[in-house]
Design a protein around this ligand. Structure first.
Ligand SMILES: Nc1ncnc2c1ncn2[C@@H]1O[C@H](COP(=O)(O)OP(=O)(O)OP(=O)(O)O)[C@@H](O)[C@H]1O
Ligand SMILES: [Mg+2]
Length: 443
């Protein structure tokens, strides 16, 4: 069941469309013209817009991009007269998803609207979108992260604070929590650093008509859109102090006023905040409210830097290569042993994002059948192994044996980083013969 906006100037048609959709269980708002439609879009953020192209006060074709700018997730279905199928095709080019020809058929209308509404919900649910699926890896740190997420997912209103360096997956984890919790409402991301301070309040909490110069219409804020869903406050450390107070009040009793509003509005959603700034330090400096911090940090998820879980780097690289290959339609290429080692030895200041970008570049630009270190374009911060020396399990085993299975010593002799050697040992199942768990596959 979706939230639909019907835009049709003919009153009889409008009522019929609205009634048909309502009987099928959709929520419907209606507008008689282009201007009214734009107001309704801003206020309601409908999932599907049913747009008659022959409006008296607006060019339907021009309306489409404006509507999508206001509600990027909305799907637009146009209705045209039989004689203007050409226009319908232009409408598709402008961003509409589908067209219906008058006189419309009830069954077709309902099928199309339901399909579009569902695809909007799916797009929100698989909010990871083009970024692919979450890769967990085998490190203890990520096990901990996963356990916390699973627990928090069970209590729908508990806030979560996600911290970690850039590119460690803070947003990915927020979306994963939303997916796990599967609340009825949407995932709404807000980047507090990207919106100028004075606009952030109305962006978040909405405003009434005339609340300030430029507030021509009433507008619902992102908090309202997140009702029964998840509000993701990215870069929460950038929020100014007065707005922090308003956010705290909202977190405490789920109520707020729109800017210039007199009526209190109640919204129930989970708030997930993320930051790569040190909030405790900001708190000490008086830049972040302590009471807000403690309210947000009921549960804190601190994501490890990639270099803190080196054993995950190469497996994650293969996972991503498969994804990138299928997304870009390129053939999957394997990493050469030297490339694996380069990846494992890099310190990854940009963390997982940087890894993904490097791999994408390598897959797209490289030409050999194996991805080589040069394709990755990394500053090599590891010593190069003697050619052919470290990609042979037998030789690695021999060195390990000679060094009494002391990884640090064997790694030094092989000229490779320790974590790379550990990764290789797991992959090739190289374990000290006397160790009790030698039969257990590792990695
Ligand atoms: N667990 C994961 N599995 C697969 N890919 C991931 C994972 N975590 C992060 N990524 C990849 O890394 C990219 C960056 O992740 P994300 O945007 O969540 O980082 P961030 O911590 O929010 O960074 P910033 O602080 O710069 O905003 C994602 O687009 C995704 O491609
Ligand atoms: Mg982020």
């Amino acid at each position: 069941m979706g939230f639909c906006l019907v835009v049709e100037d003919d009153g009889v048609q409008r009522k019929m469309l609205a009634a048909t959709l309502r009987t099928a269980g959709h929520t419907v708002v209606a507008a008689g013209g282009g201007r009214e439609a734009m107001v309704a879009i801003a206020e309601h953020q409908p999932e599907v817009v049913l747009l008659d192209l022959g409006l008296p006060d607006a060019d339907g074709l021009e309306l489409i991009p404006n509507m999508l700018a206001e509600a990027p997730l909305a799907r637009i279905v146009v209705i045209t007269g039989e004689d203007s199928v050409r226009t319908a095709v232009d409408a598709l080019r402008a961003g509409a998803r589908h067209y219906l020809v008058k006189p419309w058929d009830r069954e077709e209308l309902l099928v199309v609207i339901e399909r579009e509404a569902r695809s909007v919900r799916l797009a929100q649910a698989s909010a990871l979108g083009q970024q692919g699926t979450v890769f967990w890896g085998g490190s203890a740190e990520m096990d901990r992260v996963r356990t916390i997420l699973t627990k928090v997912a069970r209590s729908p209103l508990t806030p979560l604070l996600v911290t970690g360096e850039t590119g460690t997956g803070k947003e990915v984890m927020a979306r994963e929590l939303h997916r796990l919790a599967a609340p009825p409402g949407p995932f709404i991301p807000v980047n507090c650093a990207a919106v100028p301070g004075e606009l952030l309040e109305s962006e978040l909490f909405g405003h009434e008509r005339g609340a300030f110069t430029g507030a021509k219409e009433r507008r619902r804020g992102l908090v309202e859109l997140a009702d029964e869903g998840t509000l993701f406050l990215d870069e929460v450390g950038d929020m100014q102090l007065p707005l922090q107070a308003k956010l705290l009040r909202f977190l405490q009793d789920h109520r707020f006023f729109r800017v210039g509003g007199e009526q209190e509005i109640e919204v129930r959603c989970r708030v997930v905040a993320a930051t790569n700034r040190d909030l405790e330090q900001m708190m000490a400096a008086g830049e972040f409210r302590a009471d807000l911090y403690y309210r947000l940090a009921v549960v804190t998820l601190s994501l490890p830097a990639l270099r803190e879980r080196p054993e995950d780097i190469v497996p994650m690289a293969y996972h991503m290569l498969r994804e990138i290959a299928s997304e870009t339609g390129r053939e999957l290429r394997q990493l050469s042993p030297a490339a694996e080692m380069t990846l494992a030895a890099h310190t990854w200041p940009g963390n997982i994002r940087e890894l993904r970008n490097r791999l994408e570049r390598a897959l797209i630009l490289g030409s050999e059948s194996l991805i080589q270190p040069a394709d990755l374009d990394l500053e090599v911060d590891a010593p190069h192994p003697p050619a052919g020396a470290v990609d042979e399990p037998d030789r690695v085993r021999r060195v390990l044996e000679e060094e009494g299975w002391v990884v640090a010593r064997a790694a030094r002799r092989l000229g490779v980083p320790r974590h790379w050697l550990r990764y290789r040992m797991a992959k090739w199942n190289l374990t000290r013969p006397s160790s009790p768990d030698r039969r257990r596959p590792v990695g």
